[in-house]
Structures are given as structure tokens and as C-alpha cells.
Design a binder for this molecule. Structure first.
Ligand code: URA
Length: 424
């Protein structure tokens, strides 16, 4: 390991065998943490070539279970680097199935200010997020969509390396971030995928250059490992849609699946569907995809999906119930809404009990926030900015977080684009 650390420190490219040795030694415990940490730091400074990043990713993916989706046709997946109010997976999965693709996904739970898809799904009464291997594949074959929690040990090397990166100041390295995300994606088995790299104040990547570099590294890594890849860079300077919080995000996703025009959510879902279908060789125009939202086909697929996982479609007819108490936040002045502190909104929902501070936290799925205004809205003093659904717990801390989250002013205003770029 000393030789391998020196090699990276001197900027010499690692071979595939070097990287396999480092990854197997990290998982077995044969390489002590101090040597791994030194190697991570050297990697942070020296970076990695595209081939090294791809080989590292492959070794990390192979460090645990690899989902075998070979019995399924046209397997597609989407990965978002994390956003507030991002419920696109709930719209996209049935929409893609309605287009003839198969979504068979094990999804992580949320930690921090962004929610996890499985947490959102569990706010639907009786939704089963654990299925046997057989039932998982059978549902994917019969319905075209299945999403469960992560029951497999996918890319354990990432857990080990991420734990060390977190405490050694080595999180911010493009090849390490790209291999961390893509190792889990490779292990998840889909043949074609689209990455939604978020950029903005509420995102992991704060500027477009960094987002582009990460997107390129991940697309390249996926391609070198035999996957069909697309990526888009999309805006996270404000929450997506109007609803933030598990049950309320499901309600908003259902509205979108029924054809209601929630502009950013609808557009993003259509763009992501178009990109990943194109990657999978399924030719559908954006207009054809939109029609499946408008004519009820995608919603029917959603109902078939949640019913296959134990829920009843009729429990969704009036929307999921939210927390019983509400608190309204009003505009303190008139003007244009200039910005929304997206992290503050995500954190407020977490403080109300809707997100995890620790992995073991139990969520209150009914709490959340409904935005009544988005960036660019014209407001009069006293207009409602947001409505907080709560059960008393954490309310004071949440309101503190939201205190100055919305900036209202008179500055002239350029509308934020939703999608900045696409990469293929
Ligand atoms: N998300 C991940 O999964 N890994 C990283 O390194 C950063 C963000």
C-alpha cells in the first residue's frame, strides 16, 4: 500500500489491478484507515484519469452484491445528486414503464435535507418496501416498475471510503464523487441511465463548472463500464414544485401524473424520460411522453405499481393526509421574490421530523411545507409565502430556519432556467 500511495502522490496513473487491490483491501480491513486516508488525500490532489475513475468505480461496484436484471427488457434508471422537493422518481418510474421501459430500482433512504424515494413511498398506506428477490423481478416483468428499499449490500467499498472521506477533508474530489455515485449505480444493474446533476444553492454542486465536470466524469465512467448514459444539469436554486415533505410530495407527484401542470416538475420529468428512453433506444418525442401524462396512462401505471406493492389505489383518491396543524408564513414587504434559501427549506422539513438527522430516525411522513410563491412571483405585503404542516415537534426551530429564507426585493429579474445543459 505504501507503494500505491507513493504512486498516486507522484501523479503516476494506477493500473486496474492497483485499484482492485486498494478496494479489496479496504473492504477486507487489510489496509488500515490511515493508509487509505493518505491515498484518498493523494487522489484529491493528483486527481484521476478517466480510465482510472472507471476502473475504481468498477472495483467498488464489484465489492458487494451486483443486482442481476438480465431477465428484464430495457432496464432504465435515473439518479439525482439530491434536491429539495425532488419527487421526479415518483413521476418518472410509472411514466417510463408506460413508455415500454422497465424500472427495477432499490432506492436509498433520505439523510439530511433531501428526502429519499422509499420514505416518500412509505407514506402511502400499506406500501411494502421490502420484497423477495423473486417478487422484485416478477413485478418488474408484469408491471414494468418496482421500487424497494436497499436490501442488498451494494458497493460496500463506497460506505468504507465515504466514511473516511467525511472525516479527512477528502469529500470534494471529482473522481471520488463520481466513483462513489456510479459504483452504486453500476451495482444497481440498469443498462441505461440518466443522471440529474443539480446545481445551485440547494445542491451539492454550487456552480455550473463543477456540475459539468461531475456530470462528464459520471457519464464517461458509466460508458466505460458498458452502460448507456445521459446526463442533464438542472436548477436547484429553489425547491422543485411546490411541495416539500414525504406525503405532500406524493400528492404533488400524483397531480403531475394526472396531467396537472406543475411547471418545473412536469418539464423535468418529461426531459429526464426523453433522455433515458433515447439512451435505451426507445424513440419517443417529448410530446408523446407528455400525452401519457395527460391521458391518464402514466397514472394508471402508478396505481398498478403501488397496488402490486400492497397499497390500494382508492386510498389515494383524496390525497394523502398531511399533519393536522398549519402555520402560515407571510411576505413582510411587497416586491418580487428574488430567492428562496433552498437548504433552509429542506432543513426546516427535517427539523419538523420529515427528514433524518441520524440514519436510525423514524420519520413523521405527514409534515411538510407548501410554497405559495416561487422565485419571480410578484408579491404584496401580507401574501402567503408558505404553509407549514406540522405536529408541533420542531416547529420553533423550523420557523427559525425559514425566518429569512425568502428574499423579496425590487431588483430586475432574470428567470432561472430549469435545465442548463445536457450531456450524452
Ligand atoms: N453522493 C454520494 O453518493 N457520494 C459522494 O461522494 C457525494 C455525494
Amino acid at each position: 500500500m505504501i507503494e500505491l500511495i507513493l504512486k498516486k502522490r507522484h501523479g503516476i496513473e494506477h493500473s486496474r489491478e492497483d485499484l482492485e487491490q486498494i478496494i479489496s483491501g479496504s473492504v477486507s480491513g487489510d489496509i488500515p484507515d490511515y493508509q487509505l486516508s493518505a491515498w484518498l488525500m493523494a487522489t484529491c490532489f493528483q486527481g484521476m484519469s478517466p480510465q482510472e475513475t472507471a476502473d475504481l468505480t468498477n472495483a467498488m461496484a464489484q465489492s458487494g452484491d451486483m443486482l442481476d436484471l438480465s431477465a428484464l427488457n430495457n432496464t432504465v434508471d435515473k439518479h439525482s445528486t439530491g434536491g429539495v422537493g425532488d419527487k421526479t422518481s415518483l413521476v418518472l418510474a410509472p411514466l417510463l414503464a408506460a413508455c415500454g421501459a422497465t424500472v427495477a430500482k432499490m432506492s436509498g433512504r433520505g439523510l439530511g435535507h433531501t428526502g429519499g424515494t422509499v420514505d416518500k413511498l412509505e407514506s402511502i398506506p400499506n406500501f411494502k418496501s421490502e420484497l423477495s428477490d423473486d417478487a422484485f423481478i416478477r413485478q418488474a416483468q408484469s408491471v414494468g416498475v418496482v421500487i424497494t428499499g436497499q436490501s442488498k449490500d451494494l458497493a460496500p467499498a463506497d460506505g468504507k471510503l465515504y466514511g473516511l472521506r467525511d472525516v479527512t477533508g477528502t469529500v470534494e474530489s471529482m473522481p471520488l464523487i463520481a466513483s462513489s455515485i456510479m459504483s452504486k449505480k453500476l451495482a444497481s444493474g440498469a443498462k441505461s441511465m440518466v443522471l440529474d446533476v443539480k446545481v445551485g444553492t440547494g445542491a451539492f454542486m454550487k456552480n455550473l463548472d463543477d456540475a459539468r465536470e461531475l456530470a462528464k466524469a459520471m457519464v464517461d465512467t458509466g460508458k466505460r463500464n458498458g452502460r448507456n448514459m445521459r446526463a442533464i444539469i438542472s436548477d436547484m436554486n429553489q425547491p422543485l414544485g411546490f411541495a416539500i415533505g414525504n406525503a405532500s410530495e406524493v400528492n404533488e407527484a400524483i397531480a403531475c401524473l394526472k396531467g396537472e401542470n406543475i411547471p418545473d416538475l412536469r418539464e423535468l420529468s418529461i426531459v429526464l424520460a426523453y433522455e433515458v428512453l433515447d439512451a435505451a433506444g426507445i424513440s419517443k418525442s417529448k410530446e408523446e411522453i407528455a400525452t401519457l401524462l395527460d391521458n391518464g396512462t402514466a397514472f394508471e401505471k402508478f396505481i398498478a405499481w403501488v397496488e402490486a406493492q400492497g397499497s390500494s389505489g382508492s386510498s389515494l383518491e383524496n390525497g394523502l393526509e398531511l399533519a393536522g396543524q398549519t402555520h402560515v408564513i407571510k411576505a413582510k414587504s411587497s416586491g418580487t421574490l428574488q430567492s428562496i434559501d433552498t437548504l433552509a427549506v429542506g432543513n426546516a422539513v427535517k427539523l419538523l421530523g420529515g427528514g433524518r438527522q441520524q440514519k436510525t430516525d423514524i420519520l413523521d411522513l405527514g409534515v411538510g411545507i407548501h410554497l405559495h410563491a416561487k422565485v419571480g412571483s410578484e408579491l404584496s405585503k401580507g401574501d402567503v409565502l408558505m404553509e407549514v404542516f406540522h405536529n408541533s415537534k420542531g416547529l420553533e426551530a423550523a420557523l427559525n430556519s425559514l425566518e429569512s429564507a425568502c428574499v423579496i426585493g425590487d431588483a430586475s429579474f432574470a428567470e432561472l432556467p430549469l435545465v442548463y445543459e445536457r450531456l450524452s
